[in-house]
Write a protein that binds this ligand. Sequence first.
Ligand code: IMP
Ligand code: MG
Length: 182
Amino acid sequence: MDCYKNELAGVLVSESEIKEICRRLGEQITKDYEGKSPIIVGVLKGSVVFMADLIRNISCDCDIDFMSVSSYNGAQSSGTVTFKMDLDRDITDRHIIIAEDILDTGITLSKIKEVLLHRNAASVKICAFLNKPANRKANITADYVGKVIPDEFVIGYGLDYNEKYRNLPFVGILSPKVYTDK
Ligand code: IMP
Ligand code: MG
């Protein structure tokens, strides 16, 4: 995508690799959740592109819902999680799979998981498209991981920097000059 060409330092996950990742994760979830009707919960806005690909690779009965939280200012995690939009239903006794764009410090997902478990969900599992273990602060692991990545700030495929770049069809590394030249 030419409009972002000068702001990218490289491609980390290509479109063909993304396709293969979503196929693999969808197949695994289909196998694990046969007969359980899970709710796939997307965390807005970052997970939206991944979620759309993931659910089209799940071929057992499931439904979807969304929640919105915020923990980031620019390229820095703020460390506190604010809930901005909640699920639209009761999840008592339902199996939940949280779909997230990236597991970084883990603060966001551990908070969301804790809140959903308190609502008496039957189970809460995490499906993270990317896992960046270098920055982990919370004690949390993802049950399904698309790809483990190094400690770089990445953008595209739903991931943003100040709300930009979500529409890139692949995952790229944001050129550090974008956030240091300010
Ligand atoms: P955590 O709470 O630090 O694990 O971060 C979770 C959220 O931070 C993700 O859902 C992303 O929205 C955002 N985030 C973390 N790392 C990156 C990155 O490298 N690029 C873009 N967003 C990121
Ligand atoms: Mg974000």
